[in-house]
Write a protein that binds this ligand. Structure first.
Ligand SMILES: Nc1ncnc2c1ncn2[C@@H]1O[C@H](COP(=O)(O)OP(=O)(O)OP(=O)(O)O)[C@@H](O)[C@H]1O
Ligand SMILES: [Mg+2]
Length: 367
């Protein structure tokens, strides 16, 4: 098996570092403090939550519920995700209770053909029953004789629900759950910070914020080397570091990059092999590039190319930058920046604009 995992979390031995963050989260949620976990896309939030749950699963006195609400569109969807997640806990006592409880509000129980697991489909009796059902679920949870930790991934999604006041409703229910702590996770800085830091938002200060940064280069290097050696591959430290610099230690890209290298099936990894993999990535990115060029207006295309070539830009409306890349007026650039940010193509962090897609950036730098 390729030890560089690029899909869902597998096990601690394939998971790099995050010891400090794992400790902070466990310590918080087991001591009554909710966590707001935030990072750039693909930095490793979901993996970290899974790693925390893996560690906590060894404890008997706590139940763990994970929901990803990225695809939920309304409160009914939210309730459905929650009910399904409750059924996925395979502890006998818990399962029996949940099943009995869920039957009460006439869910349609179906067997998932792929996993063979029971899944509840809570069909609200009539539209807008989601909140009542949620209320019932929370009452059930509250009476459960054990500590429960609920992770809600992509939490910002609740702000998209059409039901007015759901954020306030959810907050009002959550604050009375004495035996439950939450991990709220999201990647949209603007929405997440506004939800938890705006004085007049319902979730104002309802947890402590954990910003997930990149994994330190030396920790990542040791991890890559260890996984290579454990699977009988030879790679020098120097090459590992070169690879990490190419991917900027950005978690998803780093995992993907070394997954490709390992996948070549070569025992001794050389610089040529790494170049070969990078060329393959460029070929793929060229296709994406053509697609982008068809979809994005020229001013946006030139701006993101310029940001890539400069490897991050602090002042995109500065005269030098505008003229040397022929970007037109500063107002054109400002509106292009906004659109590209909304499309999640670029982001602003540590005082500079950057492309999300490290591979695309490398491609643009090379052409
Ligand atoms: N510490 C780690 N060590 C090794 N692989 C990791 C680590 N953290 C995350 N990964 C892997 O990197 C990829 C991206 O991580 P993950 O999906 O957790 O990021 P995310 O921040 O939740 O992304 P998104 O914003 O898209 O939800 C996944 O394949 C995951 O398994
Ligand atoms: Mg995620």
């Amino acid at each position: 098996m390729n030890p560089f995992v690029i899909s869902a979390y597998k096990a601690p031995e394939f998971f790099c570092d995050r010891e400090k963050e794992t400790g902070i989260i466990i310590n918080s949620v087991t001591n009554g403090v909710n966590i707001i976990l935030y990072s750039l896309r693909r930095m490793g939030k979901t993996g970290l939550i899974k790693n925390v749950f893996h560690e906590l699963s060894a404890r008997n006195n706590v139940e763990l519920i994970y929901i990803d609400i990225y695809r939920t569109k309304n409160v009914d969807d939210f309730v459905n995700e929650l009910a399904n997640a409750m059924l996925r806990i395979n502890k006998k006592v818990w399962y029996k209770r949940v099943l009995e409880f869920l039957k009460k509000f006439r869910p349609v129980l179906t067997v998932n053909p792929i996993t063979g697991q029971l899944e509840a489909e809570i069909r609200a009796i009539s539209e807008g029953q989601g909140p009542q059902n949620l209320d019932a679920i929370f009452q059930f949870i509250e009476q459960y004789p054990a500590k429960i930790i609920i992770a809600i991934d992509e939490f910002q999604q609740i702000t998209e629900y059409p039901e007015p006041g759901f954020e306030a409703f959810l907050r009002s229910k959550i604050q009375f759950l004495n035996n439950v702590n939450f991990i709220y996770s999201g990647s949209n800085r603007r929405i997440i910070t506004s939800m938890f830091q705006d004085y007049n938002r319902p979730f104002y200060q309802s947890g402590s914020t954990l910003y997930l940064d990149k994994i330190q280069e030396d920790a990542y290097a040791a991890f890559v080397k260890k996984l290579m050696e454990r699977t009988n591959r030879i790679i020098t430290e120097e090459l590992v570091v070169k690879g990490l610099q190419w991917t900027e230690s950005y978690t998803w890209f780093t995992q993907n990059y070394f997954n490709r290298i390992w996948g070549k099936g070569v025992k001794t990894i050389t610089e040529n092999l790494m170049r070969e993999v990078e060329q393959e990535i460029f070929t793929e990115k060229e296709r994406d590039f053509i697609e982008w060029r068809n979809l994005l207006p020229e001013n946006q295309m030139s701006l993101l190319t310029a940001i890539a070539k400069e490897n991050g830009v602090q002042k995109p409306t500065a005269k030098d930058f505008l003229t040397s890349h022929r970007l037109g007026s500063s107002s054109t650039v400002n509106s292009a920046l906004k659109v590209l940010q909304q499309k999640e193509i670029i982001y602003f962090e540590q005082n500079a604009w950057q492309l999300y897609d490290v591979y695309m950036k490398r491609f643009l730098q090379a052409t």
